[in-house]
Design a binder for this molecule. Sequence first.
Ligand code: R5P
Length: 288
Amino acid sequence: MLAAKTSQLLGVKLGKFEATEFPDGEKYVRFHDNIKGEDVVLIHPMGLKPDSLLIEYLLAASALKDGEAKSVTAVIPYFAYARQDARFNPGEPLSFHLIAKFIEMVGADMIYTIDLHLQRVPDLGSLLKIATKNLTAVPEVADWIRKNVEMNNPLVIGPDLESEQWAKVAAEKIGTSYEIMIKTRYSATEVSITTKDGKPLDLTGREVVIIDDIISSGGTIVEAVKLLREAGAKKVVVGCIHPVLSGNALANIYISGVDVVVGTDTIPSQVSYVSVAPIIATALRENL
Ligand code: R5P
């Protein structure tokens, strides 16, 4: 558990937090420590069951405020709803903006996120009046690949335009170059991936590392792998920060021909080989 690992690294007390459900499905949360006058860090991911965890976050942060904690620092390693950062179709809400407003309403002194999906919104601080800092785990994921996967002259691939920010860092860490693809999204699960200029790639005998922030349905990775394998890629490794891995995503990714998948524990999963606890602990040590 991320909070336990982080508190151990910092040498601070891990608070006792209870989160259960009433018989009708409503959430119940309670802190079993004396909160009053304490500097409290609430580490609360929102992956896997985003709606339920969002409510849990709001109730927990509210209880800390009501309990008169001296300060409340929130760490939201995976921030749900960040991808609905625009109205893509008439009648849709701005989900990211709305969730940010809820979080602002409950309040916190500081909010940390990790590789937040910032595409059409430049930073979380532009959506709420709370100090924010977006940490990154991309160097750690790239480092894990460098140390654990034998690779010969690899090429880093970003499957869409916004992934350039992560592909660039990963390529530097691995000591190689990167290429960015173009993604067209048709639905929540259907995408197509092409090269930037539409010309076929030649990756004969090359090994590739695909880097993305989130793997959700796995559609992006499966389509990217098709393109890369057709271009002759010999080995395909996938690194992500947030392994949402909905439904059969992981199985589909392996079936598509991926050799290794690695992600972090912002969302616990079968591929969460990299822990973000040291990243959170370092940031808290610098700022608390
Ligand atoms: C969106 O643009 C993100 O960066 C990811 O590429 C996306 O969330 C992956 O989703 P999926 O696995 O469903 O294709």
